[in-house]
Design a protein around this ligand. Sequence first.
Ligand code: FAD
Length: 478
Amino acid sequence: MKKILVWLRNDLRLHDNTLLHEATQKSEQVWVAYCIDKRLFAPNMLGIPKTGNFRAKFLTESLLDLRLQLRKQGSDLIVRLGKPEQEICKIAEILQVEAVFTSKEVTQEELEVETALEQNLTSKGIAIEYFWQATLYHINDLPFPVCKLPDIFTEFRKAVERQVEIRKPLPAPNKKISPLPKNLFAGNIPTLKEVGLQEVEISPKATFIFKGGETEALKRLHYYLWESDLIASYKETRNGLLGKDYSSKFSPYLALGCISPRQIWQEVKKYEKERTANESTYWLIFELIWRDFFRFTAKKYGNRLFYPSGFKNEKLALAENTEIFWKWAKGETGVPFIDANMRELNATGFMSNRGRQNVASFLVKDLKISWIWGATYFESLLIDYDVCSNWGNWQYVAGVGNDPRENRYFNIISQAERYDSQAEFMKHWLPELQNVPSKKINYLGELSAKELAEYGVRIGVNYPKAIVKWTLAVKVSK
Ligand SMILES: Cc1cc2nc3c(=O)[nH]c(=O)nc-3n(C[C@H](O)[C@H](O)[C@H](O)COP(=O)(O)OP(=O)(O)OC[C@H]3O[C@@H](n4cnc5c(N)ncnc54)[C@H](O)[C@@H]3O)c2cc1C
């Protein structure tokens, strides 16, 4: 092939990039383009942008990093703002390429875009070739067709661990990406304002500041393994809530493809060989297998990923009460563990896995509000939003996904006491509760007016009244 255009989607990296590898093997002239899809910033069903400013900022940083890397090679990243099915086709025509190489996605909107692009390209006589590359295990290596994928994670995990070899990550292409011809403008990376969003204000309370891009992703990988050895205690710390080190923080990088799961896997294997191999080092890979499972399950079930009745086809009696929903979303439920987590999400675009499980369970199981709303809210806010992991996890917590355990329920108070026993996390995000003793913080409704006054808490004034009546077994230990 003479000329190829690589259309990047969620694979903003040079290392282990099948598209770049294949294109540079097959052609002497290769260019790389990304189109920011304008539709992703339109209001969703809740009236907020489908992609909020935390993720948009992370995306623009990731594009800039890739652009700088390509510029070092004498090329550039072609950037457009618009509809990929139109913009990528226009670029392909100007460059007179024979083919566009891109990643295969699995969910509706992404498939619609690639189908529309394929039609446009075909009408111009340009081919499109798809490659699979988002997962740790390659789809073609699975020991079953995706339609026969086990519905239970453990069955999936055991089968792939036993029978499939993970493919080695590919090196960054050693052949150069071509310089842009004079008749093609590289395009500016738009500002948040240009896509209709407000600039991000970094909260001084944020304990980790995410910066997008492959360079940062590889730095974090190096830090988490080699510099700090944090990986060697990951299993013990992963349920933490506060700080930058209790978990890997790889998720936004994985979501946009600034790092590949195979690259992480290879580095962990190296670490196990050279430093230590234990349950924790394995557990990080275990979590990456969860990520794979959600993606393959989404492929298996198609649009059921977004159905209120989920993969299980289970009808839940859930309400659509906007007043209660927005109290949850803003972190004004009067339940400190929930509010602290939601305020962290709103201030930073991130929340721990433990926090996500609790706020999701609380919305669905305690407040009885539609999980679809919760997932839609997360989609806008999360810096690490990944369509399959987000909607799949929400289904799981709501009880309509592939969870073999019936009626999984998180008792918010015992979770708060277990995972934030000194109330450090809650007090970090709820300074108005600073003076409440940690043992009493989850039981504000049971404290006398005198006690509350002593702790500087004015219910309904500086901290909201609880929106649910607690009927929990655990009682306050005074
Ligand atoms: C309701 C809900 C919504 C979620 N939405 C998303 C989402 O949109 N994007 C996303 O990446 N993760 C999502 N998760 C999964 C998980 O919470 C995050 O991946 C994790 O908190 C990210 O932090 P980390 O990178 O430090 O994770 P670590 O604990 O260090 O894990 C390492 C990696 O393993 C993967 N992983 C870990 N747990 C899960 C899981 N439960 N499901 C899938 N992959 C996992 C992630 O890629 C993560 O980066 C969601 C979980 C819940 C309960």
